[in-house]
Design a protein around this ligand. Sequence first.
Ligand code: BEZ
Ligand code: FE
Length: 312
Amino acid sequence: METPQSQPARRAVNAQALIDNEWSVTEVVRQAMANTESPRLRTVMAALVTHLHDFLREVRPTDEEFELGLEFIAGLGHATHATNNEVVLAADVLGLSTLVTTMNNSTKDGRTPGALLGPFYRANAPRYGCGDCVVQDDAPGLPLFVSGTVRATDGSPLAGAMVEVWQASPVGLYDNQDPKQPDRNLRGAFHTNADGGYHFRTVRPAGYPVPTGGPVGKLLAAQNRHPYRPAHIHFIVAAPGFRTLVTQVFADDSDILETDVTFGVHRQLVGAFRRVETGLSPWGGLPAPFYTLAFDFTLEPGAQTFPKPPID
Ligand code: BEZ
Ligand code: FE
């Protein structure tokens, strides 16, 4: 700023904070953020800027390419609305969501791996008793009998644990995507018995595509990637005194396990979907054909929490 005198005062310039070359930009930006009060925000933003600048120095975008990249990011916002979060979808198809989930869910001591909550989790699942069926319509599809035990990492069975499930239908649609399905079809909450056991009947789910109408769909097409997730069932397993497990179990006979568009298929989350051609179901007296799935869960001690539903 100039003083009212005839001679403008010379302002002391911090020569360290001026740009000399492409490397000094990074240091100057880091200095500009150095007074951030929150230590965590300071660390995260310094690392983010350093890695983004290194990325740009590596790929050396033209001005047009840089604009295109910014348009892609703005497009994620424009394609985000009440029933589609394109920003989360971008994180999913770039493997960011699965990386964070994998980092935050250790498999130490035999803990079951975590998996994405996904955009289709809804609150207020119907409460069912052991062995009940979560199918509320008579749409075609082979019955699936699911059973297993919930244990702690010390091997003890957890009685009274909550096992909540949700899944897509045999045509690959969740209830809230499909006006033909009753509300909260293929969703249910159960409690384990005195031996930590749970069991329920459902219908075999199908795989399904993630939304492809926005910029993420265009990116997948440009990368020659299909937009499908393999058939899976979502689980939340929770008990007081244990860290809540959010996970998914995948059908072992799916032919796209290795190419899940969201990279969600942890090796230990592939479940044995056994097709049974003769005899009666393990409970309920239903004649074959049907499928069975046996899958156990192991929880680590910790705080019981409940995830926030991304949609109604
Ligand atoms: C899901 O598992 O429901 C899901 C996860 C990420 C993106 C789309 C769907
Ligand atoms: Fe899903």
